[in-house]
Design a protein around this ligand. Structure first.
Ligand code: C5P
Length: 418
């Protein structure tokens, strides 16, 4: 490999989130060289180890190289270091198993998840690259070869071991591939969108949660929106490879992996943040429950009790989604929500036309298991050109999948997706 090809590959790794899983073979010490190279390439690296890997190399080495704790236990240790198999599996844009022993290959192909490494591989959202290293007999063993073929058929990637000096004193195939080759394999899988990355290269801008409209420094008008629907959309869009920005009112949830959150409070602030991010967006989804009115005056000091009533004068907030739809930077697809308590479909269709948007997701707030705060939703997806799809009650993640399927259909109809 030429030096410039190697430099190009290293560049691909900048800011990419990589989990290196170290398993128990003599070549485990070489994983330290790889991790150091990845860190120098400005990748975000986390290391996990099997129990047996500790016989060959220490956690301290990897902690020093990455600046992060090393996880190897499924239980107990996890709360301290805030890494569990699910968050690591989602964190990883790619996982590198270096070295991969015959044992780990056998377990993964059989679906065994009996430690942090095998469980994280099983739960991985992104691609997994195995760099096997073992004694030549073990590498040539038909069981190992069958496992490798099956894993390849399942979409796992391999950096083949090389011929050379093996720790068992023999010369043959089974030596860990060079760092350069492993880096090249990681760069290649990161370059290539996976088949499920149907929104790869797209930017999805989402509003989520409620807004707060203050009448004085401590009191506000708001609603019980939890932001769950907006964040479910963010999670699915990120899993499909999109770059995702969420403009969120005050919510208790954190950003799903791969999504960025911008925190705001009022409708005015939400609008300003949306407009700031609009030019880059291909899709806008207004999942926020934006307050339609705000107090006309915001008192500078807390309004004191005086034993009498208080008349509040309310004034409309800006309609963010309508502003998005008429902007010069209008994204190809604009999606709104209509949370209604009566005449759901009629009112939703009216909003679709009035706000000049492409899809509206109609919610009946009276339906059980739908709307604010709950984990499920039941919606109707109405399209500007008359399409109508009923999505029965299901987890918000599944509803998000149905909505994004429809978004993708519109993007491809607009010629934006191959
Ligand atoms: O008019 P209504 O509030 O029912 O419309 C709901 C849709 O419009 C949602 O998608 C919501 O996010 C969006 N909206 C907005 N700005 C507002 C009010 C609603 O973007 N001020």
């Amino acid at each position: 490999m030429t030096t410039s090809a190697y430099q190009e590959n290293l560049k691909q790794l900048t800011n990419r989130r990589i989990v290196v899983a170290v398993t128990g073979g003599v070549a485990a010490y070489k994983a330290a060289q790889l991790v150091s190279t990845l860190v120098q390439a400005a990748a975000e690296v986390r290391v996990i180890m099997t129990e047996n890997a500790h016989y060959f190399v220490g956690e301290t080495t990897f902690r020093a190289l990455t600046g992060y704790p090393v996880a190897s236990e499924m239980f107990g240790q996890l709360p301290q270091i805030e890494q569990d198999h699910i968050s690591l599996a989602r964190f990883a844009e790619v996982m590198a198993v270096v070295p991969a022993t015959a044992n780990v290959l056998g377990k993964v192909v059989s679906g065994i998840c009996d430690d942090l490494v095998t469980t994280t591989i099983n739960a991985a959202v992104g691609p997994v690259v195995f760099a096997p290293a073992m004694n030549e007999q073990m590498w040539r063993n038909p069981i190992t070869q069958r496992n490798v073929s099956q894993l390849q058929e399942l979409g796992y990637h391999f950096v083949e071991p090389e011929e050379g000096w093996l720790a068992c004193g023999e010369v043959g195939a089974g030596r860990l591939a060079t760092t350069e080759k492993i880096v090249a394999a990681l760069a290649a899988v990161l370059r290539k969108p996976t088949s499920s990355a149907s929104l790869w290269g797209r930017h999805v801008l989402i509003t989520a949660g409620p807004t707060r409209e203050y009448l004085d420094p401590v009191r506000f008008i708001s609603n019980p929106s939890s932001g769950k629907m907006g964040l479910a959309l963010a999670q699915v869009a990120a899993e499909r490879g999109a770059e995702v920005t969420v403009i969120a009112g005050p919510i208790q949830l954190s950003a799903p992996p791969g999504a960025q959150i911008v925190e705001v409070e009022s409708a005015e602030e939400m609008k300003a943040a949306v407009m700031q991010h609009l030019a880059a967006a291909d899709v806008f989804i207004g999942a926020a429950a934006v307050a339609n009115f705000r107090p006309a005056q915001r008192a500078d000091e807390k309004i004191t009790k005086c034993g009498e009533g208080l008349d509040l004068h309310l004034t409309p907030t800006p309609d963010i989604i309508a502003a998005v739809a008429e902007s010069d930077h209008r994204p190809s697809v604009v999606v709104g929500f209509a949370a209604e308590t009566q005449d759901v479909e009629k009112n939703a269709r009216q909003k679709l036309t009035e706000k000049n948007i492409d899809l509206i997701i109609a919610n009946d707030l009276n339906a059980p298991g739908a709307g604010f705060g709950v984990d499920t939703n039941e919606v109707m997806i109405l399209g500007r050109e008359g399409s109508r799809q009923e999505v029965s009650r299901r987890p918000k993640i599944k509803v998000a999948e149905a909505i994004l399927d429809e978004v993708e259909r519109l993007l491809s109809a607009a010629g934006d997706i191959e």
